[in-house]
Design a binder for this molecule. Structure first.
Ligand code: ADP
Ligand code: ZN
Length: 629
């Protein structure tokens, strides 16, 4: 792809600036002898020379100014004769007062001004620059309104990526319905006349919204590629800067370019940087508002059949000014979801063609275990896995590489373990607690993928579950089971180390359990005591005053109910652990020995040697329970 900036203006400016600069410099050099001559004339001529001069410092000179008979100054060096006839040399600083004092004392001073032209730069360059700046301002003004910022734009060219793109819809995987929706745009760009003859109104602007990395840029590029039209891309953040008025000029610039190249796609990423809802009245905001207005003017300004489609992208559609979304502007909105399990599988299939992957890697399992990953995350995952394989000297990506890459993206890089042995031991029991209780609820919780005590990100260890599918709701039994599993880590700490040895490591377990209980009770209507009323949460989930449309009494009821659910879950978990101390201890010891246990290994330890991969019905989502440090 070629990069092409419209910077003819920049070049012209550069040339004329250079010419003027050179001219003034020439003038400065012409003036030089005049200055020097004047000074010499004023102070008279140098007398003859005698041998063996003494060296005087500047302070000597100042002190003995009355002794000085003659002084011949060349730059910072002075030579001359004292009144007693001694020859001297001195290094002096330029000091007009010294000169006048010397002349007043009757000395003959001559200045041989042989300053090089470089010395003049110190004086002339600031003057030149000032002159240039004024000239440039005036020149800008002459260009009429916007003239100034127009030349500013040429000095700060918009980063515009252009050119034909080879990307097509084949490069976009897993978001078929979105592709379908955008197919019409491609059709329009290809068969403008057909649309015109029927009189169909075609969108001018399409707003793609969705999480970062869901493929918005990729889709916009693919539309251009499918329709075989040029693709121009700029980013909203390029339009704001320290120079007021620059954004407006840049908007004009990109639309002019689009018009010259129509039909084409004009893609503006991060459009929320320009199109944020107008709110405060800071200086910066005024500038942004002007930029937004200019964008609206430009979008209203071209007729539908020119064939320019403006595609905006944002991950904060709620932040956009309503004016942007009116008919004739970004009136077509496509929300790009994070890919579901099938979508993730498709994206993984697409990118796994580019890396060598061993047969032992199960992409379907990987798709299952990557809930919440965007397309970009999945691409990154396979890339990280490939890097890990290379580092490990393997010829193809193996399951361990995939596992490592996934955990790295999910939880952050492995930490160098700087934990005390007793903390490691406690972590092992904590994770064993989660894993064991999870096995006790195997019929209603997602199967365990693995348990590990390798610290990563903020977590000291974790137990990961692998959802069977992308279900989005839970039964009451599943909620209860998940609460017990979440609180089992803390319960294990109490049982095996004592009530006074429990740690803050269960912080995220407690937070997620509280969140789940509160959601079930106040939003999902799962508590008979609170009933079916939806009690909206305002602000953070555990702020007590943050309950809307609930009386003080209901708020107390809710708080009591949450506590009750959590206490019950904790008690259930503790009971399972107490009754099976030996097995839990075995799990913890295996974790200490091997650091990571797969779901299969955990099942073997808990259920005995037999391989039970009994698939369970009724599984719902809930991916991982990780523990904070
Ligand atoms: P966004 O603009 O939504 O932040 P991008 O389009 O820049 O996301 O996505 C970044 C990269 O992730 C793309 O270049 C592509 O390699 C990959 N990617 C994201 N979504 C998909 C997808 N649905 N299919 C294939 N690749 C994808
Ligand atoms: Zn935990």
């Amino acid at each position: 792809m070629k990069k092409q900036n419209d910077n003819k203006n920049t070049k012209r400016d550069g040339a004329s600036i250079f010419l003027i600069f050179a001219g003034l410099l020439f003038l400065a050099l012409m003036l030089r002898p005049m200055g020097g001559g004047q000074m010499t004339g004023k102070f008279g001529a140098v007398p003859g020379a005698q041998p063996a001069p003494v060296e005087l410092s500047f302070s000597d000179v100042l002190r003995r100014e009355k002794d000085i008979k003659t002084m011949d100054i060349r730059g910072a060096r002075a030579t001359g004769v004292l009144r007693d006839g001694t020859k001297y040399r001195a290094t002096i600083a330029y000091d007009p007062e010294l000169l006048s004092k010397l002349s007043a004392a009757g000395a003959t001073v001559s200045i041989n001004d042989d300053k090089s032209w470089v010395d003049y730069l110190g004086i002339w360059v600031p003057i030149l620059m000032g002159g240039l700046f004024i000239w440039w301002l005036l020149r800008g003004m002459r260009g009429g309104p916007g003239g100034l910022s127009r030349s500013l734009v040429s000095q700060n060219p918009t980063k515009i990526t252009t050119g034909k793109t080879k990307t097509t819809f084949k490069d976009v995987a897993g978001i078929d319905s979105e592709k379908q929706e955008l197919m019409e745009i491609v059709d329009f760009l290809k068969n403008k006349d057909k649309f015109k003859s029927v009189g169909a109104r075609v969108p001018r602007g399409v707003l793609l919204s969705g999480e970062p990395g869901t493929g918005k840029t990729l889709l916009a590029r693919a539309i251009a590629g499918e329709a075989n039209v040029p693709f121009f891309a700029a980013s909203g953040s390029d339009f704001s800067g320290i120079i007021v008025g620059l954004g407006v000029a840049k908007i004009k610039e990109i639309f002019e370019m689009a018009k010259r190249n129509a039909p084409c796609i004009l893609f503006i990423d991060e459009i929320d940087a320009i199109g944020q809802r107008r709110s405060t009245h800071s200086y910066n905001d005024q500038d942004r508002e002007q930029t937004l207005n200019q964008l609206l003017i430009e979008m209203d300004g071209f007729s539908n059949d020119t064939g320019i489609i403006v595609i905006g992208a944002t991950n904060r559609p709620d932040m956009l000014d309503a004016a942007l979304l009116r008919p004739g502007r970004f009136d077509r909105q496509v929300y790009i979801e994070l890919p579901d399990m099938a979508g993730r599988r498709e994206i993984l299939d697409l990118y796994s063609k580019r890396v060598k992957i061993a047969d032992s890697v199960n992409l379907q399992d990987l798709a299952r275990g990557t809930t919440g990953f965007s397309g970009a995350d999945l691409e990154n995952l396979l890339n990280e896995a490939a890097l890990h394989a290379v580092r490990g000297g393997r010829a193809a990506v193996e399951p361990i590489d995939v596992e490592e890459a996934r955990d790295k993206i999910l939880m952050g890089p492995r930490k160098v373990r700087k934990m005390r042995p007793e903390d490691i031991k406690l972590t092992a029991y904590h994770e064993a607690g989660h894993a064991f209780v999870s096995m006790m609820y195997a019929d209603v919780t997602d199967p365990i993928h693995k348990a590990t005590i390798i610290p990563r990100g903020r977590a000291l260890g974790m137990v990961q579950h692998l959802p069977i599918d992308d279900k989005v709701s839970m039964t009451l039994a599943e909620v209860r089971a998940n609460l017990a599993v979440a609180l089992a880590g803390r319960a294990a700490e109490e049982i095996f180390f004592g009530a006074d040895k429990i740690t803050t490591g269960a912080e995220s377990d407690i937070a997620s359990a509280t969140r789940l209980a509160r959601y079930s009770i106040t939003v999902a209507g799962l508590s008979p005591r609170v009933g079916l009323a939806a009690i909206n949460q305002v602000g953070t989930f555990n702020a007590r005053s943050a309950l809307e449309n609930a009386s003080e009494k209901t708020a107390e009821l809710v708080d009591g109910e949450i506590r009750d659910w959590l206490d019950t879950a904790h008690r259930d978990a503790a009971n399972y652990l107490r009754k099976n101390r030996a097995t839990v201890e075995k799990l913890a010891n295996e974790l200490l020995k091997r650091e990571t246990l797969t779901g299969e290994e955990i099942r073997e330890i808990v259920l005995g040697r037999k391989k039970t991969t009994a698939p369970k019905k009724n599984v719902r989502r809930q991916k991982k329970s990780a523990d904070d440090a």
